[in-house]
Design a protein around this ligand. Sequence first.
Ligand code: NAD
Length: 244
Amino acid sequence: MKTAIITGAARGIGLATTDLLLATGWQVAMIDRDSEALAAAVSSRTNVHGIDCDVSEESSVNSMVDETLRHFGRIDGLVNNAGVADFGPIAETDFVRWKTVMETNLDGVFLCTQAATPALKESKGAIVNIASISGLRASTLRVAYGTSKAAVIQLTLQQAAELGEFGIRANTVCPGPVRTKLAMAVHTQDIIDAYHDAIPLNRYGSENEIGEVIAFLLSEKASYVTGQTIAADGGFEATGVGLP
Ligand code: NAD
């Protein structure tokens, strides 16, 4: 059975992706640092193994990959989905806030990729990194978040270029707005209204609509797709309108 590691799997997009993969025959190592939410999510699912891990901590990530291999014996897919959001302009983003965002959103992707690469080489596996439309455009509110996500897009290109010779594919998904805990903590009513107006489909996306794209990119159906950045955003990116 194919095995995927999904970080940030306790809720939101990571949890929806877990369920979509389970439904298509994968087994999933569900990774999160929110132990309580993770235990609840794991308890109602089969073919999963929950592992408490903070993706910004190198030793935690290395133990998580070891534990995944001990439990499942292989890694065919890595979904670097765990993320945090903190919106603010340059003047108000102190260095601690900046580093907190970078440590999870960027360092976490690097550490998980590095730790999982030997197993991904064996399986000729696939990596999907979750960035954001905030990594494609500048805005006055997203100096740390947007920069971290733009860096994830570049890191995906590096992965595709370097790991392709081992049969490993790497792609980025850039979700538009989805009503998860992460988004609703930073989306004011003004931002919500502006997104509804700016998005051609005039609505937020769902966790499943993002998960379906991730599942496709992990699957054999995408066997010749690597190094791509795919926005699942209701058409927002196509319009050229600024981020609210
Ligand atoms: P969410 O808050 O529902 O889920 C994020 C999960 O990541 C949580 O369970 C959290 O505990 C976990 N997490 C955070 N930091 C972690 C760490 N250091 N180690 C381990 N786990 C950690 O949020 P979501 O919206 O589902 O976010 C998933 C991804 O999608 C994120 O990378 C986010 O930036 C991206 N994204 C979300 C939106 C949106 O509108 N929701 C838009 C674009 C991109």
